[in-house]
Design a protein around this ligand. Structure first.
Ligand code: NI
Length: 174
């Protein structure tokens, strides 16, 4: 019970000034989950709760300081989805440009180019493996969240000039 209460208080890490925890953890590669058990299922549920509180569409473990390979996605007109130890099997050569934001970089919305479709393999919170073909917003959010497991942020997919402009803005704000 104690653990659940702790998990419910998940805090979303953000990029900020020097010394900010988020600056470090959001840049680290997450480690595989070795056992999908009740604790991991609780974490998945807590990630979804935190996602809804933040009114986002996707949230990855590292964004709350849980440095394991798990993320959750819930886009409009779809069901909540949990991805554990995911691997992207295929992405389309065709790309699309679409405006993206991130709960860890509040207030920043920019166009990012990504593959239009993908095929991903992962396990759900019950330990069941699945393969999913996704396109549209779902594919975009999955790729964005997958990047978080690699310590990569959406601003890293922009030109250096654009990225530095955003980072300067963030530093000024905090
Ligand atoms: Ni994000």
């Amino acid at each position: 019970m104690e653990r659940v209460q702790k998990i419910e208080k998940m805090k979303i890490l953000t990029l900020g000034n020097e010394g900010n925890e988020g600056n470090v953890l959001l840049r680290q590669k997450a480690k595989p989950i070795t056992k999908i058990n009740a604790e991991i299922a609780e974490i998945a549920a807590a990630l979804l709760d935190t996602l809804y509180c933040g009114k986002g569409v996707g949230l990855a473990g590292p964004q709350v300081g849980f440095m394991k390979r798990i993320f959750v996605v819930h886009v409009d007109k779809d069901m909540p989805r949990v991805f554990i130890n995911p691997s992207v099997l295929e992405t389309s050569e065709e790309t699309v440009k679409y405006e993206e934001g991130c709960l860890s970089i509040p207030g920043v919305w920019v166009d990012v180019i990504r593959p239009k479709t993908l095929r991903i393999k992962a396990w759900n919170e019950k330990g069941k493996p699945f393969i999913l073909d996704a396109d549209g917003i779902l594919a975009r959010v999955i790729l964005h969240e997958y990047d978080h497991l690699e310590g990569m942020l959406f601003i890293d997919r922009l030109s250096e000039v654009k990225r530095n402009r955003i980072l300067a803005k963030i530093k000024k704000r905090v």
